[in-house]
Design a protein around this ligand. Structure first.
Ligand SMILES: Cc1ncc(COP(=O)(O)O)c(C=O)c1O
Length: 634
């Protein structure tokens, strides 16, 4: 058959040029390509990277990180704000910080801070472990070091010490009681930190994280509490340390008007505080800068209806306008954008191990006059189903199927007859669906049928570990084959993972118009691995995952890409082995081996196995404990 499919069609079908933001493309060989920055001419061939890793003995799934993409994102974010500030003739500066909660990986954070030096790019922490990590990282002392989240005395003391050694630490009061702790510890250690106040806005974000903000949000101070906090600081001679007003209305804000609204409200609060004579200098607009996961550029949950430049312009111009109206100097602007910085830089690749299908093949053979009526009827439905009668035939087949189930339950049908009837039923469905697709039939029945008949591709991963936000809150990520993109994908499929959990599946996929309940994939070929990538996993997914079924962390490889598209794997990190994950559940390797040795000895003594067999079992057990938790490649 003539191959009419072109890679361009794959680019379109999977929306690569829309969600890929310039970091993804397809080469002439039909392989997915990753580019180190949005303007790069050449990119690295993902299939070749995976082939090399597999040849070197690496097992799948594997997370691939592209640190240069992180660098590109930091540059873009900072340059967009520089541009907006220049254009608006804004009288103060911009300082970004990376919120460590988005990706705590040391290589990721250190790379971001290093590339961000030219921009005084700083860090935001929200817990004691994150604070400890940040204190041990190298970055400029001028860069902001913002401490958010609920804090106890230990948290505040460490933050004070970080400030004492010269870091520009801002301790943000997230809850009323914290101000008293900060004051008392500051007096105790004679260290005066910079202080921020998180304010509770009426404005809320949009999309899946809408409940993070608003007047009943978990964090922040109301207007009355802000005034009390100011008084308390004044009474304790710490008011001159109040330098920042902060807010965060939630991640992935899908609509730019929500950003504008929140910034208006916060800029008003800032101005009123400033008008009282307090030398407050920074307005921190938090995170929320969203990412277009589905490429639709709409305010849908998986997208955003604005660009980074539009976001920067909105923040800068809005603050300027409000401060002009209120006749106060404009503040330095801080953002805590994490998702937009980290999302693109990593993806996970794994192999499809097989498929589960309803796709029963039937032969033309008449089941015979002797077969039960229901079997004959279903055979005839299948045989006579045409483009003209496919709707009625499908409905009739449904009725017959129900009859068949009743007959079987009443004991009037053998298992063999039931099997034959089922096969003709599904074959009729398949035929009817084919005609429905040709006629672009919008009948709901066929929508449902098409979902039921989609193949289930068994993908070697755990949804709970690799992209838990899909399972937890229905966040969508682009999923795409990394090869065969010069070939028409002829199959409709959903993905099932390898956990023993019926929630361990992916049956929602990005689409420009809607959300797809199945994805177009290629026919699986014997002895030919089929690889899929789940892209844009760099924000939140690394640590939000869990250990369901004890699959544990995936292997990791970091890839540096050169101008001509060649690449090097600069670092590899082992995934969890079985002993590791068992350790998380309080098993210790030595104890397990000892118990197993004892059981084997008892079996040998009881002549259940030979001594040689016992040795083999023990050696196998030890080897298993050291092996990767995921399935081997077929
Ligand atoms: C206080 C704070 N700042 C920043 C962020 C990062 O937000 P985003 O990843 O949407 O930029 C978060 C995450 O929700 C947050 O809670």
């Amino acid at each position: 058959m003539v191959q009419l499919w072109k890679v361009k069609k794959s680019v379109e079908l999977y929306g690569i040029d829309r969600w890929g933001a310039g970091y993804f493309d397809v080469n002439e060989e039909g392989n997915l390509v990753v580019k180190p920055n949005q303007t790069a001419e050449h990119g690295a061939d993902l299939k070749k990277i995976v082939d090399q890793l597999v040849a070197e003995g690496d097992r799948l799934p594997i997370v691939l990180r592209f640190p240069q993409i992180l660098e590109d994102r930091v540059k873009i974010l900072n340059e967009c704000f520089r541009q907006a500030i220049k254009e608006a003739e804004y009288g103060a500066s911009y300082k970004g910080v990376f919120p460590v909660k988005v990706n705590q990986n040391k290589d990721v954070v250190q790379r971001l801070l290093t590339i961000g030096e030219d921009y005084d790019y700083g860090i935001e922490v929200g817990s004691k472990p994150e604070l400890a990590a940040a204190m041990g990282l190298k970055f400029k002392h001028d860069a902001l070091f913002i401490c958010n989240g609920y804090k106890d005395d230990d948290f505040i003391t460490s933050a004070l010490y970080a400030s004492a050694i010269g870091r520009t630490v801002v301790i943000v009061v997230d809850a009323v009681q914290e101000v008293f702790r900060i004051i008392s510890l500051s007096k105790k250690y004679k260290i005066k930190p910079l202080i921020g106040i998180r304010c509770k806005l009426y404005s809320r974000g949009s999309g899946k994280w809408v409940s993070s903000g608003g007047e009943v949000g978990k964090f922040g101070l109301t207007s009355g509490q802000i005034l009390d906090c100011i008084e308390t600081l004044r009474e304790n001679d710490l008011l001159e340390q109040l330098k920042m007003l902060h807010f965060h209305i939630g991640s992935q804000i899908t609509e730019i008007r929500r950003v504008r609204k929140a910034v208006i409200e916060a800029a008003r609060v800032y101005s009123k505080v400033k008008q009282t004579g307090i030398d407050i200098r920074y307005l921190n607009v938090g995170g929320g800068l969203g990412v277009d996961y589905d490429g639709s550029r709409t305010p849908s949950d998986s997208s955003v209806n604005y660009s980074i430049q539009e976001y920067a312009n909105t923040v800068v111009y809005t603050i300027k306008d409000i401060c002009n109206e209120e006749a106060v100097d404009v503040p330095n602007i801080v953002t805590e954008s994490g998702r937009a910085v980290a999302a693109y830089h990593s993806l996970m690749v794994s192999n499809v191990r097989g498929k589960i299908s309803m796709d029963y093949e039937v032969d033309e053979v008449d089941p015979g006059e002797d077969s039960p009526k229901v079997v004959r009827d279903l055979y005839e439905v299948w045989r006579d189903l045409t483009a003209k009668n496919y709707v009625e035939s499908f409905h009739y087949a449904l009725e017959m199927k129900n009859d068949m189930v009743s007959l079987f339950n009443l004991g009037h049908l053998s298992l063999r007859d039931k099997a034959v009837a089922e096969r003709y039923f599904w074959a009729s469905c398949k035929k009817a669906l084919k005609f429905a697709r040709v006629h672009k039939d919008t009948l709901e029945d066929f929508d449902e049928l098409s979902k039921q008949m989609a193949h289930k591709y068994v993908f070697n991963f755990s949804v709970f570990q690799s992209f838990a936000d899909y399972w937890a809150i229905g966040q969508l990520f682009p999923i795409i084959p990394i090869h065969r993109l010069d070939e028409r994908p002829t199959e409709y499929a959903t993905l099932v993972d390898i956990t023993c959990d019926s929630d361990g599946k992916v049956d929602k996929f990005i689409d420009i118009w809607d959300v797809k309940d199945k994805i177009e994939l290629h026919k699986l070929r014997e002895n030919d691995p089929y690889y899929l990538a789940v892209c844009m996993l760099g924000a939140y997914q690394d640590t939000i995952g869990d250990y369901h079924n004890l699959f544990g962390a995936e292997r990791e490889a970091h890839v540096e890409i050169y101008d001509d598209g060649s690449w090097d794997i600069i670092k590899k990190i082992d995934g969890d082995d079985i002993a590791n994950v068992l350790g998380y559940a309080s098993y210790d390797k030595r104890g397990l081996v000892n118990n197993m040795t004892r059981s084997i000895k008892e079996a040998v003594d009881a002549n259940k196995v030979t001594n040689a067999m016992g040795k083999r079992i023990l050696s196998r057990y030890k080897k298993d404990l050291e092996s990767y938790t995921y399935l081997k490649q077929n």
